[in-house]
Design a protein around this ligand. Structure first.
Ligand code: FPP
Length: 238
């Protein structure tokens, strides 16, 4: 199709790993493991389609409320998973960045994140932004503090603060989100990239994240292409 639109920035709230495992009589941890495999497969496909930035919600600040067993499992999955996938991301020219707060992540987790982002920093085939220990409100608060400090240190004037400058000073300087997908049928944004997703088209497929494969993303693109994006204005063509 000639004017088939490819979103520049896609966000995915990776939901339903636990239910995927439960339906198969497996432990929740098995669902997370499978989810990580799906993430690697689907991110390669999404960048091949021409998407420039993919943001994924891997762990929210609120997820620390889960059982110690589950939190420990996920943290170990991050450590092992990040280390073992450096080559795969490099082979596919994918640059990985992280969004979120450092505290209270354990050193080993933080080091694995630093290593993965450092070793993939020169890749140009797409940016995978992994939101880990992330909260959208926290990001807005942290950015506000950063800008207030810049004013107090005489680096900028209050009048310099506008939407563009705010966007540039978020955890990562990324373009606005065009398409936000949440798997598993839940219809909530759950504190994910509140600033970036202001005008994102939203799509809520029923599939659990481990089942979110290539065809599922193609369906999301079809839905996105049928949407009429007006950004608060009117569509002149109609
Ligand atoms: C939501 O499913 C998923 C998570 C809280 C963790 C997401 C993690 C992964 C996909 C694996 C690793 C990812 C990276 C980036 C290394 P849920 O547990 O809320 O599922 P449920 O709602 O069915 O219980």
């Amino acid at each position: 199709m000639e004017d088939y639109k490819i979103p520049k920035h896609v966000g995915i709230i990776l939901d339903g790993n636990g239910r995927w495992a439960k339906e198969r009589g497996l432990k929740r941890s098995e669902g997370h493991k499978e989810g990580f495999e799906t993430l690697k497969t689907i991110s390669k496909y999404i960048f091949k389609k021409g998407v420039k930035v993919l943001s994924v919600f891997a762990f929210s600040t609120e997820n620390f409320k889960r059982s110690n067993e589950e939190v420990d499992y996920l943290m170990n999955l991050f450590i092992k998973g990040f280390k073992s996938s450096i080559k795969e991301f490099n082979d596919n020219n994918i640059k990985v960045v992280f969004s979120g707060r450092k505290e209270p992540l354990k050193d080993k987790v933080y080091e694995a994140m630093e290593e993965l982002s450092y070793k993939t920093k020169d890749n140009t085939g797409g940016i995978l932004n992994i939101c880990l220990n992330y909260g959208g409100r926290a990001e807005i608060v942290d950015t506000t503090k950063k800008l207030v400090n810049a004013v107090l240190n005489g680096l900028i004037n209050v009048e310099d603060i506008n939407e563009e400058l705010f966007e540039e000073n978020l955890y990562n300087n990324l373009p606005p989100m065009d398409l936000l997908i949440r798997t598993s049928g839940e219809v909530r944004i759950s504190n994910f990239m509140l600033y970036q997703a202001a005008y994102a088209e939203m799509y809520f497929p029923k599939s659990y994240f481990p089942d979110f494969k290539e065809e599922e993303f193609d369906k999301a693109l079809d839905v996105y292409n049928k949407r009429d994006r007006r950004f608060g204005g009117i569509n002149e063509k109609k």
